[in-house]
Design a protein around this ligand. Sequence first.
Ligand code: SF4
Length: 330
Amino acid sequence: METGELPTLAELQVTETAQSAYHAGAAALTRERFGRRVFVRAVVEVSNFCRENCHYCGMRRDNRDLSRYRSRLEELTDLLLHHRPASVTDINFQAGEDPVAAREIVLPLLRRLRQETRLGLSVCLGTLSPALTEELRTAGATIYIIKFELADPELYRRLEAPGTLVERTAHVRWLAEHGWRVSSGFIAGLPGQDLASVRDNFRLAAELPLVGCSVSPFVPGAGTPTDAADPASIDLALNSMAALRRMRPDWVIPAVSALNLAGPGTGYRRGLRTGANLCTINLTPEEVRGDYLLYKRERFIMNEERILEALAAEGLEPSPTSLADHFATA
Ligand code: SF4
């Protein structure tokens, strides 16, 4: 596969020595472009209320077993201003699709952090109104993370992913046209998704105006209609990450924490070996973390110590430059 090309089905299934070589080729492209530095962003999960109903997510509105929370503004302000880990250069505010949390918690936090710090500011808040989205940008956020989830429109509809695929991708384009740097992503190994359908995700990602893209392995979520489905194989997720890097050496590609669930013990570090160049430290206050239920209650939380250990073990180091500054000068 040449840079810029979509992966073949064989590349998505590569194993053993050929797989190590495929991943190493992807990692070499990252080193060429970004050196050994990896961006470190903190994520704060501000609310688990969601008006959407995705079958693969524990925070879907029909999950009545979940206790819902919105974080306390004062507590988060204090945490982010005075107690954030030293390696963090960027903060991402993430929530279910919850306009109340976006307005009452995220907006004031963005304003305060913009006034008092040089942190890069990202949001991952779903499809909000144009007016509220513009307020978030004016408040200081520059990066919008919005996953297109999957490229197959029929499966998208069956899994009740947010809105329709056409609306979702139109929103990605709208965000890019309105001054945002947009990072997207897809889920690999969803129930009902064959390999050709996984490959279609690359075609769609390549068509969108993105600065980054993630691959999340499907993990069956507690309290969801896909609870009993098989999880994605870690190899499919890692091969997809390597293929994404080979397709777009310039993108920021995260090592997602779900790699720890798909490949216990080694998944995360193997993700770094595919050329991922963004790590996420979870700063959600401990008392509500268990209710931010993308997958299971037993999450493997990536704190600063674990991230720094994983980076050092792979011969990598945290980037002193924020993602926001990187995109501003790229
Ligand atoms: S994936 Fe996002 S939009 Fe869908 S139910 Fe979960 S939090 Fe809501």
